[in-house]
Design a binder for this molecule. Structure first.
Ligand SMILES: [Zn+2]
Length: 134
């Protein structure tokens, strides 16, 4: 019972770019944290959910040519650090983009995509990726 409840709580965080905001210093975090590393005791119990902006721009990126087995059908692909419009730096894969056209400063937005499929259990994992926001 506890496990099911825990998974339901984590689904919004994984699917919706849910982070945390410290009610003491107003700093924002992603992934979400239960404690503010800046305020520590002063911020205890003041963390609340924060919806990270779905839009941002490419801060830095690299094109991956060698991929582990599970990603072989995807290669080559680009991973990027995205500076969201609200100032957070988060990493993710760039999809639906011509790799030769990826550049720093390019506008992107997050989308929910299939990440991988667990063949044995049939469980499909979803998560966010980034597409060009033209
Ligand atoms: Zn804080």
């Amino acid at each position: 019972m506890a496990t099911v409840a825990k998974e339901w709580r984590e689904i919004p965080a994984r699917y919706n770019l849910e982070g945390s905001e410290c009610g003491n210093c107003n700093r924002k975090f992603f992934p979400k944290r239960s404690m503010c590393p800046f305020c520590r005791r002063n911020g205890f119990g003041k963390m609340h959910p924060y919806q990270v902006s779905r839009k941002g721009k490419v801060f830095t990126f690299s094109v991956i040519h060698e991929a582990p087995d599970c990603n072989r059908n995807l290669k080559p692909y680009a991973v990027a650090m995205i500076r969201t419009d609200d100032g957070l730096l988060i990493s993710g894969q760039l999809v639906d983009v011509d790799l030769s056209k990826v550049e720093i400063g390019m506008r992107v937005r997050s989308v929910l995509r299939k990440l991988d499929e667990d063949g044995a259990s049939g469980v499909i994992h979803y998560g966010f990726k980034f597409v060009p926001d033209l």
